[in-house]
Ligand binder design. Structure first.
Ligand SMILES: [Fe+2]
Length: 243
């Protein structure tokens, strides 16, 4: 993209919703299936980007998609068998639509599901983590500052697009990275537990979802009282710029 094509930075356009504010609908996640859930975000063309899915015990499907799109699945509650793997809470899967696996819900479940746009190149092998808390965490460094008390786990990094998905533990009384900031990519964040706010108008608790559009300035007064656990995902290589 040339400098002439680079869009202007936008200011304060993040969207925050809570699970309780969303209306249940049928999610067409994989070909020939529907499952109940709540849409977190749709793309401009109306296609599903992210959702909370709530399949009941006994629900079965295969993770095939004609468009080959890859589905990421994070287990909030319940138990599911995918292929030969059993996933419980904090389980995580990456399921390319052209390499389908059998999916069977063993106990009433709630998942965060993320549909990645098809990417040029050979689809990766499926990734399955029974409990991604077993992945080694590291302490992130932002603008040269080591964020002690944080634990970041990278659950998925698409080698083709640079898109990633992370589990992030934020310690109590964290007070932000220094005001407004922006990223070159779309950022979506789900609060799994605890509390956090990017600014005073968007308090988040367990079940809250935040979308920070690419090149939008956000995080004006980021802070948490009791700490939190977040799932964060992006559609390309993430970077942070202070505004
Ligand atoms: Fe951000």
């Amino acid at each position: 993209m040339s400098a002439e094509d680079t869009p202007e930075l936008a200011y304060d356009i993040s969207q925050c919703v809570h699970r309780a504010d969303l209306v249940p609908e049928a999610l067409a996640l994989w070909d020939g299936t529907a499952l109940p859930g709540l849409v977190l975000r749709r793309l401009a063309d109306g296609s599903l980007r992210s959702a909370l899915a709530t399949p009941a015990q006994g629900w079965q499907a295969t993770s095939a998609r004609a468009d080959g799109a890859l589905t990421q699945l994070f287990v909030l509650e319940g138990q599911v068998r995918i292929g030969k793997s059993l996933l419980g809470p904090c389980g995580f899967a990456v399921l390319p639509g052209d390499r389908p696996l059998d999916v069977e819900v063993l106990a009433d479940s709630e998942w965060i599901v993320i549909v990645d746009a098809p990417v040029e190149g050979t689809s990766p092998e499926p990734v399955l983590h029974a409990d991604c808390r077993a992945i080694d965490p590291f302490v992130p460094v932002i603008e040269g500052r080591r964020l002690d008390g944080f634990e970041r786990r990278v659950l998925w990094l698409d080698p083709r697009s640079g898109a990633d998905t992370r589990l992030l533990k934020v310690p109590p009384r964290f007070g932000g990275v220094g005001g407004g900031n922006w990223h070159p990519v779309e950022e979506e964040i789900f609060c799994i537990e605890g509390d956090i706010q990017p600014d005073d108008t968007r308090p988040m608790k367990a079940g809250s979802f935040l979308w920070n559009p690419a090149r939008s300035i956000h995080g004006f007064n980021e802070r948490t009282e009791g700490g939190c656990m977040l799932l964060e995902w992006h559609d390309g290589p993430w970077d942070l710029h202070l505004a």
